[in-house]
Design a binder for this molecule. Sequence first.
Ligand code: ADP
Length: 429
Amino acid sequence: GAVSVSGNLKQVKLERESELRIEVSDEPLRIRVVNGTAEIFGSELPPEIWRTFPPRLKFAVFTWYGATIEMDGVTETDYTADETPMVSYINVHAILDARRHFAKASTSSDPESSQGPRVIVVGPTDSGKSTLTRMLLSWAAKQGWKPTFVDLDIGQGSITVPGSIAATPIEMPLDPVEGLPLDMALVYYYGHITPSKNVELYKTLVNELAQVLERQFTGNPESRAAGMVINTMGWIEGTGYKLLLHAIDTFKASVVLVLGQEKLFSMLKDVLRSKSNVDVVKLHKSGGVVARDREVREKSRDSRIQEYFYGLSKELSPYANTSSFNDLQVFRIGGGPQAPKSALPIGSVPVSNPLRVTPVNIDDHLLHSVLAVSYAEEPDLIVSSNVSGFVYVTEVDMLRKKITYLAPSPGTLPSKFLVAGSLSWLESR
Ligand code: ADP
C-alpha cells in the first residue's frame, strides 16, 4: 500500500484483501482506521478511534474492501502483504456458519443434527493455530453465535495461565489487546508446560473438560449449535501426534483444520478416513506468522502469568494474603515419593501412579510457584475437579509457619486445596 510519513505518524493505504503486518517495538504503538474497514484477527477495529498496542505484540491489520490506517509510534517492523490465506479462512468460516444454521434449525431432540461444528485446529508450532482459532471465534461471534473456545495448548495459554487447559464461551469478537473474560471459563490445571511430564494426567484432564462441556451442551441448544473451536499444541510428533488423535476423538471433532504441514494432513486424513463424519481440511499457513524462539516463548509465558495477576498493562493490583500453614493444603499430582520397595509384596516392581495425589510440605521450595486453587471437596477429587484460579507464592515464613501469596481477588480462597506443578515465575517488576 501507499505510505506517507510525517514525524512519528505514518499513513498506510491498504488495497482490498491485503494486510499491514506489524511487530510493535519496545514502545507501545497507536493505530487507527481513518478510512474504510479493517480487522485484527477477525475483530473489527472501530473507525477513527486510536487504539494502543503493547510492546512486542505481533499482529496484522487486514482489510476485505480497502482501508487507510494511521500509525503513531516507531515499530520494530511493519510492511504490507497482499498475499494472505484469508480468503480460504473465511471460506471455512462460511461453511461452519452454514452448519451452525443447520444445527439450530434441526429439532434439538436429535443430538446428532442439533450439534454445530466441532472444529479442531492442528499444526506445528508457529503455524498460526491460535490466530486462526481467534479469527474463527470472532467471525462467529460477530454473527451472533456463542461458540465455545477450547484451549488445549498448555505451553502458551490463551485463556488463562500456561500449564492449564480451559474452555470458555465466546460472546463477542475477541479484543486484539485485552485478554478474555475469565468469569465463565472452565479451567483444569495440569501444572507443567509440556505434556510429556505426565501424559496420563494431560489425557485425563482433557477427558474431564470434554465431559463437562458435553453435559453443558446437552442443556444449552444455543451453545450446542454454535459448536466449538479447539486450539491445540504444536507438538505433532510421536506422543504429541497421539495426543492430537486423543483430542479429536474425545471432543468428537467434526472438522480438523491442518495448518501448514502436508505430512500431518495426510496422516490425519488416513487415520480418519473411516469416520465419514469428520472432515480433514488442509490450510495454508500465513506468511505473516512470526516464528518465536525458545526465549520469546518463555517470555510470553511469563507475561501471561503476569497478566493474570496484574492485568495487561499492570493496571490491576493483586491482593496479597497471608495464611498459616494449617489453613491450606498443597498437593501434587503424579510422581511423588514412591512406596519403599520393602513395603511392596516380594517380586513386585514399584510403579508410580501418574494420577496419584500426594500432599506437599509447605516450605521454601514453593516460593515463586504458581498454585491452582482446586474446587475439589476432598483431596481424592483433585484430579477430576476444575480450578477457580491461581495464586502466586511470594513468601514462605518457616518460623511463623505462614505463607504469603498474591491472588487476583480479595478474601479467603474458595478452597483450601492448592495444586502445585512445575510452573513458577520470577516476578520482574
Ligand atoms: P501457533 O499458535 O501456531 O504457535 P500463532 O497463531 O500464535 O501460532 O502465531 C505466532 C505469532 O505470529 C503470533 O505472535 C501471532 O500474533 C503472529 N501472527 C500470526 N499471523 C500473523 C500475521 N498475518 N501477521 C503478523 N503476525 C501474525
